[in-house]
Write a protein that binds this ligand. Sequence first.
Ligand code: 4AD
Ligand code: MG
Length: 455
Amino acid sequence: MRTLIRDLLTATAPAAEIEAAGWVRTRRDSKSFSFLEINDGSCLGSLQVVIDHGIPGSDDLPRMTTGSSVQLVGRLVSSQGGGQSWEMQASAVRLLGIAPEDYPLQKKGHSPEFLRSIAHLRPRTNLYGAMFRLRSRMSQAVHRFFAERAFHYIHTPIITASDCEGAGEMFRVTTLDPSTGAKQKFEDDFFEKAAHLTVSGQLEGEAFACALGRIYTFGPTFRAENSNTSRHAAEFWMIEPEMAFCDLEGDMDLAEEMLKYLVVEALEKQEGDLAIFEKFVDKGLRERLEFVASNPFQRIEYAEAVDILQNSGKAFEYPVEYGHNLQSEHERWLTEEHFQRPVTVFNYPKEIKPFYMRLNDDERTVTAMDLLVPGIGEIVGGSQREERLDMLLANMERHGLSTEEYGWYVDTRKFGSVPHAGFGMGFERLLMFVTGMQNIRDVIPFARTPGHCEF
Ligand code: 4AD
Ligand code: MG
């Protein structure tokens, strides 16, 4: 039975007979034996294997080049060389698949741009292997966070007829004519109405929160925004909790608690993977994350944020004006320079927010909140929802939404309406935050951005 290299490297005692398998990182040859460094993806570290020339399979050694796959049998012994506690003394080796000279990941540094062009191979590098193991563990932690708090996990639809954010940035779902492969006319289409890829599972999530109390959805969402930035992707994953009997404050509390929980997860349970980001991406990573985990976030109203920005004396590229969205440079200045910590901005002017947010008593602002973090800007967007039927209907009219199309959503306010609130955290932005990676294309396995859908 194959043992994972992760378990071999952390063994507590030598072992007489073990099996391992993986991809060759490096090979060094001497006169009568060779060293292979093998990685199997289970952890950052590689297993050093000593192969005596003459053991079964060793004739293939010259073809065991970087990237080749091999299977090994042998003993686990304590290592004499520095750098590792254990190594394998092979008794047999088998070459499974060769990697010829044109294997793109020869041992040298590669630019992120080049690695994006080989997104199918980049998880074999140390940095991206660590990235995608961490991504996996962080998703598991998201589910654990909610499970510990009695939230139910709801699978909201990917194909939907509603436009939650009202920004019109949706991909249409259409069918192909099977005989020609050409796009069918919309009128004849499968759903007999316009269907899109979801931009957010919130509206469906609200319906379930108004039945099961506390729910979350965590899945892919899609936006056809043509913003070619380092923090926007056309396909990204969103974590969206929704809570019945909850107000804006409870919502902000949960967002802060969740971000801290996930930061602690990255700090404590990543089995060394975080270290590589600290070494190669952001030297101050651990210190920064520890600060975030153990200090309260700042909370300010939108109007106050505008005030602070306008009096900052800083020459921003985009002017700061009440009634406009904060730009990423503004969000970053607030978190990095001014407060030097995550900041939750709340009570935004109603004109710049979607129809479902609850109107405040001032009748000018809505109970929106955005959580901003240093290095990224907005990582969470959420709100308390408008639970008053007449107010919701007025909003829908103002936003040109048909009460027929959204009749099911209106029902949640018609029948036993309750105050409720929720938010969406961009999972890729979270990963950028906990690794220090600067580009969203480098935290998602196969990035979709304008002009890019290669894999
Ligand atoms: O602020 P947004 O648009 O909020 C919503 O969609 C709400 N319906 C969520 C809710 O209340 N349930 O998006 C939420 C978060 C953003 O703060 C950001 O982190 C991320 O989703 N996000 C993106 N991430 C990557 N690429 C994009 N194009 C993104 N757009 C939003
Ligand atoms: Mg937002």
